[in-house]
Design a protein around this ligand. Structure first.
Ligand code: NAD
Ligand code: MG
Length: 391
């Protein structure tokens, strides 16, 4: 059966890996919408090649460029955040949510309202609005399949199991670019240095978040929101090889580990073919050649983001929206050279403490409007904290 699919964030790292899998079996898919942002040439090329119905850029100023690149192809062009949501709402069987940041929230919700399958790479939507995402899926009979490698691993380890028998969930972390740096050097780390991941090839933002462990911090929140696990039963384990992605511990002492190569096409392909398993073009691990797996506890002095994630979960309500907005703003500040690497965690910690970041909305109902209001307020509060630091 031919399945209708859309890819939100098609020009990014996850989007391109998704397209790679779809291109291998073009007759199995009807591509409906592809979305991107700045890279309209790439977006247009893929949309034409995959015969998409519509290509949408988030950048309204690039609509004419996109139109020109699509001229005569029969692919419709659109631009802007609202147009991305409209494209995401087109009826399809399967949607990949792979926009980076809170910008992925509204399109993800629009796709969920179709009542079909949302393959979720955009972890920020679970961090800033987990309950809203899960409730929307339930209300509309939609299914969310995790695409983050750790969460896909947990999901797979839980197949056929009773969630009530789960004692703990362990997600692994490579430790990122600065795993072995002396602590006192971290403050001087540059965006360039933070943008090299030892094992994974990913977008720049998540790569820097891996070095700071903000990525793992978000994944702790993501695990809590998606699987309902209390935060004190979610452990982070440093595993430099990135081959065990997660382990689920059961009440009889068993640990089910998911082992696989550091290639996102595994988790994407699992979500694409679920509930079947199909052949995927990823490396087969030669464990004898690998020889050994290492594990270490995470050092919370090196990675304060982990503590901030637990505090965010414990605070509850809409705190995740503050956490995410503060983190995105601090990351922008680091990339722009306005603050140092270790300042990012300080800015997030300060913003979490700042009443102006939520204006009394922490306990409010989790609606898209309230999440976006907090997102706006928390970005301003984080900006103010950065300006103070710089000045
Ligand atoms: P990326 O930066 O490579 O791609 C991001 C995509 O989002 C691009 O298509 C870009 O055009 C689009 N985009 C960016 N800003 C936008 C905006 N304001 N409006 C609309 N579209 C916008 O990022 P990525 O590494 O592919 O990550 C995508 C998501 O998947 C992130 O949430 C990330 O945390 C998650 N994720 C990525 C990986 C990975 O291996 N790359 C692994 C796990 C989870
Ligand atoms: Mg991950």
């Amino acid at each position: 059966m031919v399945r209708r699919v859309s890819i939100l964030g098609a020009t990014g790292s996850i989007g391109q890996n998704t397209i790679d899998l779809i291109r291998r079996a073009p007759r199995d898919y009807d591509v409906v919408a592809l979305t991107g942002a700045g890279n309209v040439a790439q977006l247009a090329r893929d949309a034409i090649d995959l015969r998409a119905e519509v290509a949408v850029t988030g950048r309204e100023d690039l609509l004419e460029d996109l139109r020109a690149a699509l001229a005569g192809s029969g692919v419709a062009a659109a631009a802007g955040a609202a147009a991305i949501c409209e494209a995401a709402a087109r009826p399809v069987d399967w949607t990949m949510s792979a926009i980076v940041g809170a910008a992925g929230l509204a399109p993800g919700l629009a796709a969920l309202r179709n009542g079909k399958t949302l393959a979720l790479a955009n972890k920020e939507s679970l961090v800033c609005a987990g309950k809203l995402m899960m409730d929307t899926a339930r209300t509309h009979g939609a299914r969310i399949l995790p695409v983050d490698s750790e969460h896909s691993a947990i999901f797979q380890a839980l197949t056929g199991e009773d969630i009530a028998a789960v004692e703990r969930i362990i997600i692994t972390a490579s430790g990122g670019a600065f795993r072995d740096w002396p602590l006192e050097r971290l403050a001087q780390a540059t965006p360039e240095q933070a943008s090299h991941h030892p094992n994974w090839d990913m977008g720049q933002r998540i790569t820097i978040d891996s070095a700071s462990m903000f990525n793992k911090a978000m994944e702790v929140i993501e695990t809590h929101e998606f699987f309902g696990t209390p935060h004190d039963r979610i452990e982070v384990l440093v595993h430099p090889q990135s081959m065990i992605h997660a382990l689920v511990g059961f009440n009889d002492g068993a640990l089910m580990a998911h082992v696989g190569p550091a290639d996102m096409r595994h988790a994407i392909g699992f979500a694409l073919h679920y509930p079947q398993r199909r052949h995927l073009p990823v490396e087969r691990l030669d464990l004898a050649a690998i020889g050994q797996f290492e594990f270490r506890p995470p050092d919370e002095r090196r990675w304060p983001a982990l503590r901030l994630a637990r505090e965010t979960i414990a605070a509850g309500g809409l705190t995740g929206a503050v956490f995410n907005a503060a983190k995105e703003t601090a990351l922008d500040g680091f990339i722009a050279g306005r603050i140092g690497f270790t300042d990012m965690a300080d800015i997030v910690a300060q913003t979490l403490e700042d009443k102006n970041a939520s204006d009394g909305l922490i306990g409010a109902t989790m609606t898209l409007d309230n999440v976006l209001r907090i997102d706006h307020l928390a970005r301003n509060a984080a900006e103010a904290a950065m300006n103070k630091r710089a000045g």
